[in-house]
Design a protein around this ligand. Structure first.
Ligand code: SF4
Ligand code: SF4
Length: 318
């Protein structure tokens, strides 16, 4: 690397480190480019074999749950009214099973400038919920999770899927959505479905639907789970949480979308404390210091397990 490049990187690194330091002193929610809020935890209509939800595993020490609209509104007003980043209203479950989802979408669109991403297997009968959601969405995104272009192929992973119903729903949403709302087909590649990826992609091209071929995120030994990602810019231990901070259905906040506990690793509850407070003191602040300023950390910080052993997620799946 040339001296000039080294100097430039060092300057960028200092600037980024300053922004992390500023976050501890004076919090700005827009430090996070993306957050996830979970409407429906550990409930799904499908039975995907590599997914702990689909397999009905006990996730951390609780079984299942849906976020109530009241809780969602309290969380939103505490932390997110000034948020302009991206909010994923999904995580570990089928979000459309929560009947409050349309009202959550409406609340976000009426009370902030945040962009939404919704994700579903769409193997269920569309009803008024979808009409209401499509009315509210603007330059937001709807992602369809479907990994095949026939019933036979698709159901190898999406066990229980009704492929014809998914296709019917895709066409219907595509017809009814606003032009600025992006519809995207997410096709995870598996050895058995690559032959059909081209047909799915061609269909999307014809219908002007986005197509994303996922790079085998899900496999039997779960390499899909996020690994610490040291930042090139500032040499922090990991900056994944800046695009993956997660509020679970009960309001507990975790650093990554892959984590849902165990609860002793919660950074705090977003219905009781603002995200600003969570990161200005206590575990959130300790986490920032551990990742950015490379403090020793302690065992109560989830990221420390993740950085040192990269096994924290697997432990939480046991
Ligand atoms: S559709 Fe998603 S949440 Fe449901 S079982 Fe499959 S991977 Fe899991
Ligand atoms: S848990 Fe922490 S260290 Fe691990 S990937 Fe997420 S943000 Fe990075």
């Amino acid at each position: 690397m040339s001296d000039l490049m080294r100097k430039l990187r060092s300057r960028v690194g200092s600037a980024v480190r300053e922004s992390w330091r500023a976050l501890i002193v004076s919090f700005d929610i827009n430090f996070f480019s993306q957050i996830f809020i979970e409407p429906c935890f550990n409930l799904c209509n499908l039975r995907c074999p590599y997914c702990p939800v689909g397999q009905g595993r006990q996730l951390r020490d609780m079984s299942k749950g849906m976020m109530s609209l009241d809780l969602f509104r309290r969380i939103w007003s505490k932390s997110f009214t000034a948020y302009t980043g991206t909010v994923g209203l999904y995580n570990w479950g089928e979000p459309f099973l929560n009947p409050a989802l349309p009202a959550m979408v409406r609340h976000v669109k009426e009370n902030s400038r945040a962009r939404l991403v919704l994700n579903s297997n769409f193997s269920w009968r569309l009803d008024d919920r979808v009409r209401e959601i499509l009315e509210c969405l603007d330059d937001d995104r709807i992602v369809i999770s479907c990994d095949g272009f026939s019933q036979e192929t698709c159901e190898k992973y999406r066990v229980g899927v009704d492929f014809d119903l998914v296709m019917h729903n895709i066409e219907l949403i595509n017809d009814r959505k606003k032009p600025q709302t992006i519809l995207q087909w997410q096709y995870l590649d598996f050895p058995w479905n690559l032959d059909e990826a081209k047909a799915a992609e061609d269909f999307c091209k014809e219908k002007q639907i986005g197509f994303y071929l996922g790079k085998g995120w899900i496999s039997p030994n779960y390499p899909m789970l996020p690994a610490p990602c040291p930042s090139d810019e500032d040499q922090s231990r990991c900056d994944v949480f800046r695009r993956s901070l997660t509020v679970n259905f009960d309001g507990e906040v975790y650093p990554c979308c892959a984590f849902y506990g165990p609860p002793q690793y919660s950074l705090g509850n977003a219905s009781k404390k603002s995200i600003g407070k969570i990161f200005s003191r206590g575990k959130g602040k300790a986490m920032l210091k551990y990742l950015t300023f490379k403090s020793g950390g302690d065992d109560g910080i989830f990221c420390k397990h993740c950085v040192e052993q990269n096994t924290a997620v697997l432990e939480s799946w046991k």
